[in-house]
Design a protein around this ligand. Structure first.
Ligand SMILES: [Fe+2]
Ligand SMILES: [Fe+2]
Length: 158
């Protein structure tokens, strides 16, 4: 088999990533529904597009896992936290995207270290997408008047 030597830790990263991507799908889908209910049609559209992108990430992971001969096994779906306004929703998204970025960063570095170039490339592709998402959230928050680089412990929702 082509990937008979895949490292168990690489499979662990794939499983954690799938859980986070499904969690992102649930979170953005919930936010699309919430903002639609608040009458914020444009925000709802953006969250809907985000939902589709996260679904496509989950699909990439599923295909990779099947290609490696393992069953997709996401087991830790996070609850989608609700909030009372758009800014607080986006702050939750910034936290989730940062977590996904950290995971893909670690997975990419690990695969590079063990010379698994194919999986390093795979994780790096997802990392670039998520860095883009994280930057978009920051830009959106900035457009709503929230300054950049706010410390997490200053955020009211914790
Ligand atoms: Fe994603
Ligand atoms: Fe994302």
């Amino acid at each position: 088999m082509r990937h008979a030597t895949v490292h168990p830790r690489t499979l662990g990263y794939l499983g954690r990533a799938l859980s986070l991507e499904y969690s992102a799908v649930q979170q953005y889908m919930t936010q699309a529904a919430l903002t639609e209910a608040w009458g914020l049609a444009e925000a709802a559209d953006r969250f809907r597009r985000e939902t589709v992108e996260e679904m496509q990430h989950a699909e990439r992971l599923v295909k990779r896992m099947l290609g490696l001969g393992v069953s997709p096994n996401a087991s830790q779906l996070r609850p989608a936290n609700v909030a009372r306004n758009l800014v607080d929703l986006l702050r939750q998204d910034a936290v989730l995207e940062a977590e996904i970025v950290a995971l893909y960063n670690e997975a990419t570095q690990f695969c590079r270290r063990i010379q698994d170039h194919e999986n390093a490339e795979f994780f790096n592709g997802l990392l670039q997408d998520e860095l883009h998402h994280a930057a978009e959230i920051e830009t959106w928050l900035e457009a709503l008047g929230v300054p950049r680089h706010q410390e997490p412990n200053e955020r009211a929702y914790f």
